[in-house]
Each structure stands twice: as structure tokens, then as C-alpha cells.
Ligand binder design. Sequence first.
Ligand code: AMP
Length: 187
Amino acid sequence: MNIAIYCGSSFGNNKIYEEQTKVLAQKLALKNLNIVYGGSLQGLMGIVSNESIRYKNVVIGVITYDLVDKEIENKNITKIYKVNTINQRKEKMEELSDAFITLPGGYGTFEEIFEVLSSTQIGYHKKPCAFYNINGYYDKLIDFLNNCVKEGFIKKDYVDMLIVSDDIDEIIERIINYKAPKNKWQN
Ligand code: AMP
């Protein structure tokens, strides 16, 4: 199984983000779950890729040609795909992956996971999406999404389908047993 990891090109201000990212990389490696990620050495992206390689996991990167120097390509990973545009990057990562885990990050990370989430609800794929909620980073986002349900702009099923936990074993377990909700326009 290939797991996409969406995460920040920053480290965050608390060491816990880096430490728990290493735990995630180690546990995925022990379970032979390959990782697909943005191919860079920056921030948590560098941590997750280097730690995965240290644990002899398969790491597949997808990066755009123009980001190779700016985000600094990790040259030690198993395989790297270079694409022309950021949309091709997202598309390739989605195509290669069987599930998605979002770590703390910023706009780039949000953009990536929200695209996958919105494709779930229109039925473009049935792959599980998780938030690795290190240090409660995503608590307020989940509160916000629940408010979107309350206000009638997101169906409850599409918030209930999210796997949110700070325990990577639980996330893996729920990914394996995941059942996708019906798509939005199905009866
Ligand atoms: P950030 O979460 O903002 O630190 O960014 C994390 C990663 O997302 C970086 O590798 C960015 O290049 C990438 N990124 C930024 N914008 C996009 C986008 N529109 N689509 C895909 N990846 C993006």
C-alpha cells in the first residue's frame, strides 16, 4: 500500500512536530506502508522522507521542475517523479496513493488534502483521508468543519469519514478498515 503524506515545508515552533513525524515514519516503515510525498527536503517533508529512508522504507517523491532547487529535492529517496505543474504534482500523488495522511502544515498542505476531500464527496475516489493530529494542531479545523455541517454546507458523512487521531497505530488500523461514504449525488 502507498500512503501519501501531506505535510509542512516548515518545522513548526514546537519540537513535538518533528518528533512525532519521526514516529509516523518509523511506524509506516515497520508496517511496510510505502510513502508518497512532495519530494522536498524542507521542514517536516525532509524529516518524514529522511526518517523513512533510515528505516529502509520505500519513498516516492513528486516534485515540479521549478521546485527542485527552491524546495530542494531529496536525492536519497527511492524514486522521484518530476512534473511541470503543481496540478500535475497533486494528480500524480493522488494517482500513486491508496490513502492520505495529513500532518501539520500550512496553505500547501491544506490545498492538497482539501482537493482530495472534495473529490471524495463527488465520488472521484474512495480512498481514506486522515489527519495526524499532532499537538491538537487540527482541533480547530475539525471544529470548523463540524460547524460547516451544523450550518448546512457540508454533509455530516463527509466529516464523519475523516480519520483524526494523534495515534499513528489507530490511524493505520482505521485506514485498513475504512469504508467510504456514498458520493454526494447518490441516493
Ligand atoms: P506548506 O504546507 O505551505 O508548507 O506546503 C507544503 C507543500 O505543499 C510544499 O511542498 C508546497 O510546494 C506544496 N504546495 C503548495 N501549494 C500547492 C498546491 N497548490 N498544490 C500542491 N502542492 C502545493
